[in-house]
Ligand binder design. Structure first.
Ligand code: ADP
Ligand code: MG
Length: 686
């Protein structure tokens, strides 16, 4: 192989000889190149994708010492141990270590004897420490879990915020910011905070091919029953269930434990118990853990088949991290999100608790004087109760309104806190709104998440397996075929949209209601059905009225929708609550139950009838085609067609698109894409 630059280090060689890996993972090489070239870079890739190598390898290629800043002692210890095991010279400095060890680390660092120095961000507050670092310039600076820098990030660390001011003294080393979770807003905040220079950005790998996402409106009292019902099937285990509160985690774990090995995990349990639970789950002795968000950081279990959210998550970032724990082994896995309007009120409560009114902060701020004040005195003169005071002080400190030093006295900070605090509180509220809109959407779930993380290149491809892409494959969510009246209404909507760029849902409704045909909920359900069928696209939009921002949905016809004709078959599926075996008790209109086959019946049907030899042969041909097609599209085979659909096609041997459409599991999107090929195969086999 010819190297363009003869002095360029052979990264591949280092990868193999030092790290013992045979090849780079996706994007790793490009990232390493950029770092070796001295570029600042921002790396946003999911957990487990191999980000550490992206600073470790360039560090070795560049020579000298790499300074690694990491906010979690456990992560730091883990990385340091791995590097030491490779025979590299590594030291670390954090609060969990002996003073003598830290001192020795400094000596080694200054003598240039280290290849890696790991430090916790709060070290930078120790007088003299940043100056010590600057005496021996690092060759590279890596900032792990960089989202902690951003006040928009979900676990903002005040200590991380100071990093920016210390970096200039450590330059000209390239700065590498690494994180698994940063929305575009957080990304630009990181770049700005660290004053990164024209950073190379790598934002990749958020799509998870083997996760099928379902989002189902579920009343709170029904959730325990649904969770138990889902997990009764051993094929859906091991599983993690996320519960919105400790109490609910306990209750749910109790119910599950009567049926299978299950336990609760939350911050209210002592460390020993938490460790027990985590280890038992890891070792396969527990099938299910019901956790609050405190669970999962240390989990490295590849075979988790199901992740259930028994309540609305607070942010899409957190939600994505949590569902991402399923299916690390690459096998098909399913995730369920249960929500209802009641969840929003719970979140509003937490939001008010965690983001107290600016007035509370103001009281503390005003009580501060020129001279340092002990915290007790400050609390007394602020006249807030203990809890409110602690919260207000914490927020005020984060936003620079107060400085609290190690011996517990407070000094007044700058007045800028008010603005940044208000902005942050509003941002939190918006994050929740995004989750709510995600649950309300009828577009591809995976595409929505990929887009949320800012990987725009990859945000338009449909996953094929979520409840929006493959409604008939949904386990929990029930869909029924649209009635003749609804299909006619869909045509009327298409007629209405055809001449215009788009229409607001409300405008459509007013137009159609004149004809006395439909209410708002029914219209929304129908629009969602049309979106799933690829006939329209819906988009959230805002307008301002009386100084207030209001949201509305607008709909536009897709190319496929443009071609809708009353003379052509129209396949529409309307969301219709939950499959009966899990939670169907609340159904009011028995007529609809008849319209849709309960999931249990469907499953039985698919399992019972064995294929005749002729059908068997056709199924085999179809499988061959499916394998080739999956390869071509680079998706798993079941994305092209489920086994049960494939068998159903073999059994019914359709001759026309219309017949094919009648096969269970063949939606119109599938017929559009694959219909011609499938029909050709079934015709040839006769
Ligand atoms: P992240 O920081 O992105 O969550 P890590 O850097 O901890 O991920 O890497 C996850 C795992 O992948 C580690 O066990 C690491 O050794 C492994 N890994 C990284 N790069 C490669 C590679 N090129 N080949 C094989 N394994 C790799
Ligand atoms: Mg990492």
């Amino acid at each position: 192989m010819v190297n363009a630059n003869p002095h360029a280090p052979d990264l591949k060689h280092l990868l193999q000889t030092v790290f013992g890996f045979s090849s780079f993972r996706a994007n790793q090489e490009a990232v390493c190149r950029a770092a070796v070239d001295g570029r600042d870079l921002l790396l946003v890739m999911p957990t487990g994708s191999g980000k550490s190598l992206c600073y470790q390898l360039p560090a070795l290629a560049l020579g000298g010492t790499a300074l690694v800043i990491s906010p979690l002692i456990a992560l730091m210890e883990d990385q340091a141990a791995k590097l030491s095991a490779l025979g590299l010279r590594v030291a670390r400095i954090h609060s969990g270590l002996d003073r003598a060890v830290a001192r020795q680390a400094c000596v080694d660092y200054l003598q240039g004897g280290l290849q890696f120095l790991f430090i916790a961000p709060e070290r930078l507050r120790v007088p003299g420490f940043p100056e010590m670092l600057a005496k021996h310039k690092p060759a590279l600076i890596a900032i792990d879990e960089a989202h902690c820098i951003s006040q928009w990030g979900h676990d903002f660390r005040p200590d991380y915020r100071m990093l920016g001011q210390h970096l200039p003294a450590l330059r000209p080393a390239p700065v590498l910011a690494l994180t698994a979770t940063a929305t575009p807003t957080v990304q630009s905040d990181i770049v700005e905070q660290l004053a990164m220079e024209r950073p190379a950005k790598f934002i990749h790998g958020f799509r998870r091919e083997n996760l099928a996402i379902e989002v189902v409106e579920t009343p709170v009292p029904e959730r325990a029953r649904v969770v138990c019902g889902l997990l009764a099937d051993p094929a859906r285990r091991p599983a993690i269930v996320y519960a919105p509160s400790r109490k609910q985690a306990e209750l749910l774990a109790g119910e599950l434990a009567a049926r299978m090995p299950a336990a609760a995990y939350h911050a209210g349990l002592d460390a020993e118990r938490r460790e027990q639970v985590q280890e038992a789950f890891q070792a396969g002795k527990l099938d299910v853990v019901v956790a609050t968000i405190a669970f999962g950081m240390g989990i490295d279990k590849a075979d988790i088949r199901t992740v259930i959210h028994a309540g609305l998550p607070a942010t899409l970032e957190g939600y994505y991290q949590e569902i991402g724990r399923a299916g690390r082994d690459g096998k098909q896995s399913r995730t369920f999100l249960m929500h209802s309007y009641a969840d929003q009120r719970t979140h509003d409560f937490f939001l008010n608790r965690d983001y107290p009114p600016p007035g509370d902060l103001e009281r503390v701020y005003r009580a501060l004087g020129e001279n340092p004040l002990p915290l007790d005195e400050l609390r007394n003169s602020s006249k807030l109760d203990e809890e409110a005071f602690d919260k207000a002080l914490e927020k005020l400190e984060i936003h620079g309104g107060v400085k609290v030093d190690y011996n517990g006295t407070a000094t007044r900070g700058g007045p800028g806190w008010k603005k940044t605090y208000t902005v942050q509180a509003r941002h939190r509220a918006e994050q929740l709104e995004k989750v709510v809109r995600y649950t309300e959407s009828s577009a591809c779930r995976m595409a929505a998440l990929v887009g949320h993380f800012g990987d725009e290149e990859d945000a338009n491809r449909q996953c094929g397996v979520c409840d929006a892409c493959d409604p008939e494959g949904a386990v929990l969510k029930l869909f029924r075929r649209a009635s003749a009246a609804e299909r006619e209404l869909a045509h009327a909507i298409a007629d209405d949209l055809r001449p215009v760029a788009y229409k607001a849902a409300g405008t459509l409704q007013r137009g159609l209601e004149l004809a006395g045909r439909v209410g708002r909920d029914e219209l929304n359900a129908l629009l969602d059905g049309m979106t799933r069928a690829g006939l329209i696209e819906q988009e959230d939009a805002v307008y301002e009225k009386d100084g207030e921002v209001r949201r509305f949905r607008k709909a536009r016809l897709t190319e496929k929708g443009m071609e809708m004709r009353r003379s052509l078959p129209l396949e529409l599926l309307i969301a219709d609550g939950m499959v009966e075996e899990f939670g169907g008790g609340r159904r009011e209109k028995p007529a609809k139950v008849a319209a849709a086959k309960p999931r249990a019946a469907k499953k039985a049907e698919a399992q019972v009838a064995a294929l005749s030899p002729g059908e068997e042969a056709l199924a085999a041909r179809l499988k061959e085609w499916r394998t080739a097609e999956a390869k071509r599209l680079r998706v798993p085979a079941y994305v092209v067609m489920h086994d049960r659909t494939l068998n159903a096609v073999a059994r019914s041997r359709p001759k026309t698109p219309r017949e094919l459409l009648l096969v269970d599991g063949m939606g119109s999107a599938k017929v559009d894409r694959f219909g011609a090929a499938i029909l050709e195969i079934s015709a040839a086999e006769i």
